[in-house]
Design a protein around this ligand. Structure first.
Ligand code: DX5
Ligand code: ZN
Length: 237
């Protein structure tokens, strides 16, 4: 089936000293969404940025800001990120006492709502809340750090999620995005797409040190990702 694919570079691997410029450049290079990783040194063993930084980058892009909350508890931060200009807000079900309530809160704040699954978290958490979900995010690494290796057991799980979301779309006519996050590179994006993903987060592959001296680095990585996606649409993974 022909899908539309979206690329969501994660600014976790960007140069934080010049974040506005990084966001502007990666948007001009063709990023579809800006993936914004929020870590609290409690739900995950790392600490990143909050709503103030989301608000600070907002003027530098017209792309949707895709906020990935790796925090516990989650609810208090949701209105803050909505005010700071987030478009999509996702959270891990383990981090919320009341998943249905948190999903509603995100939509009530005017954002799209996403549910995130760690590699070992089963998809059953989706069963009773699909109507309140706009995005399913499957982690293909354990959350907390950029630059980790893709965990292969994500591929069968992606196929399972794709089948579930296709059934839902056939019944309701509503598309739910299926996003993958962690270890996505030019050499595995085709396999990830073939398994069913339609939104691809990439941090180190886009902003990583290997590209640091290439002035057109974002254009060239994004072009390589798109070429791979076009290739599997033509000939399979
Ligand atoms: C990990 C984050 C990811 C991370 C991906 O917890 O959620 O978004 O930035 O980075 P790469 O693409 O380097 O694995
Ligand atoms: Zn993320």
């Amino acid at each position: 089936m022909q899908r539309s694919y979206l690329l969501a570079p994660s600014i976790l691997s960007a140069d934080f000293a010049r974040l506005g410029d990084e966001v502007q450049k990666v948007s001009a290079a063709g990023a579809d969404w800006i993936h914004f990783d929020v870590m609290d040194n409690h739900y995950v063993p790392n600490l990143t940025v909050g709503p103030l930084v989301c608000q600070a980058i907002r003027p530098y892009t017209e792309r949707p800001i895709d906020v990935h909350l790796m925090v516990k508890p989650v609810d208090a931060l949701i209105p803050e990120f909505a005010k700071a200009g987030a478009d999509i807000i996702s959270f891990h079900p383990e981090a919320s006492e009341h998943i249905d309530r948190t999903l509603s809160l995100i939509r009530d704040c005017g954002c799209q709502a996403g549910l995130v699954f760690n590699p070992a978290t089963p998809l059953v958490w989706l069963e009773h809340v699909l109507d309140k979900v706009d995005l399913v995010l499957l982690m293909s690494v354990n959350p907390g750090f950029g630059g980790q290796k893709f965990i292969p057991s994500t591929l069968p799980k992606l196929r399972q999620a794709r089948a579930l979301l296709d059934r839902y779309e056939a019944e309701t006519g509503r598309h739910i995005w299926l996003e993958v996050d962690g270890g996505v590179k030019v050499d595995n994006i085709a396999a990830v797409a073939e398994a069913g993903a339609d939104v691809f987060v990439a941090g180190s592959a886009v902003f990583g040190a290997a590209n640091a001296h290439d002035p057109n680095r974002y254009d060239s990585v994004i072009a390589q990702f798109r070429a791979e996606l076009a290739r599997i649409d033509r000939e399979g993974a």
